[in-house]
Ligand binder design. Structure first.
Ligand code: MN
Length: 299
């Protein structure tokens, strides 16, 4: 089992409180896992305003929101207003362009979750933007593992959430020590993000916060832990298109990125304003002086 044990970077987000998140993807060594291209984990925090993010745009990707605790209200330029709770899923397929804001709210619980993105493939990246919420998703036990499947297929179950490349995403929890195997798709590469506890996978100790990357070719995942824990399993067919990720956009060329940036900063009707309780919008930063170069297509 070829693997890489990756520590996250700490990044301050542009939110009300400039919350520090743990960013696992993109990583210098691992750009994508399947089409998963962005993994931020945050909390648990009692600062319930921590994920209040003013209006900002996306294009060429899907945002995938998954909570372990707390509550966040999503609003977007299509007019969607949706509160998300733990066990539910928000997927915003940005396609040609959309703007959204997120407001975390006080439900008397800590705020704890992940913000993920998938890259949209060439055939879908200019799709009309859409927003989907899923309140009912597969939730099942596999011996001592409790699995909440939010994307794709796992252990014979299937989530109906909208994605555009072969992917899987699941939250795995256990309340005591375990030694258990889970069937994998050998066509997929995987990442196991340790949310709580410490876990041993294929003989490697993965500390809390780390992401263990697994190459394609594995048929099973053996999870060992001496205590309770929580993992996020993400996987997919290796994504081989070259992409440029800059700020909140994914494109294929510098010119596309420049155009998206101009449109957002100049209030183009492609990114309509919408009402929310946060107010304001986050301007796109300046582009770097060097040319952005496509990455990917490496495997
Ligand atoms: Mn966003």
């Amino acid at each position: 089992m070829r693997s890489q044990n990756l520590a996250p970077r700490l990044v301050k987000l542009t939110t009300r409180t400039n919350i520090e998140v743990r960013r696992s993807l993109p990583h210098r060594d691992i750009r994508t896992i399947g089409a998963w291209c962005f993994i931020d984990a945050y909390g648990p925090t009692s600062d319930i305003a921590a994920m209040s993010v003013a209006a900002h745009p996306h294009a060429g990707l899907q945002t995938v929101t998954w909570l372990f605790a707390g509550e966040v209200e999503h609003r977007d330029s299509l007019g969607s207003v949706q509160v998300i709770h733990p066990g539910e899923l928000n997927i915003m397929s940005a396609g040609s362009g959309i703007a959204h804001s997120e407001l975390s709210s006080d439900v008397g619980a800590d705020l704890h979750g992940v913000q993920l993105w998938t890259v949209l493939p060439e055939n879908n990246r200019n799709m009309k933007p859409r927003f989907d919420h899923y309140a009912r998703l597969p939730h099942f036990a596999l011996a001592e593992l409790h699995i909440r499947l939010f994307v794709g297929e796992l252990a014979g179950r299937k989530a109906e959430s909208l994605t555009f490349t072969p992917l899987v995403g699941a939250e795995i929890t256990y309340s005591l020590g375990i030694h258990q195997s889970l069937e994998l798709n050998p066509e997929f590469e995987y990442g196991v993000l340790v949310i709580e506890g410490e876990v041993t996978i294929a003989g490697q100790v993965v500390p809390q916060g780390n992401l263990l990357y697994l190459n394609p070719g594995n048929r099973e995942l053996v999870i060992e832990s001496s205590d309770s824990g929580r993992l996020l399993l993400l996987g997919g067919e290796p994504f081989n298109e070259e992409i440029i990720m800059w700020w909140n956009f994914i494109a294929r060329s510098q010119e596309e990125i420049e155009e998206l940036r101009e449109k957002w900063n100049n209030h183009s009707p492609d990114f309509p304003d919408f009402p929310d309780h946060i107010g304001g919008r986050i301007p796109a930063p300046n582009l770097p002086n060097i040319r952005l170069t496509p990455r990917g297509g490496r495997r």
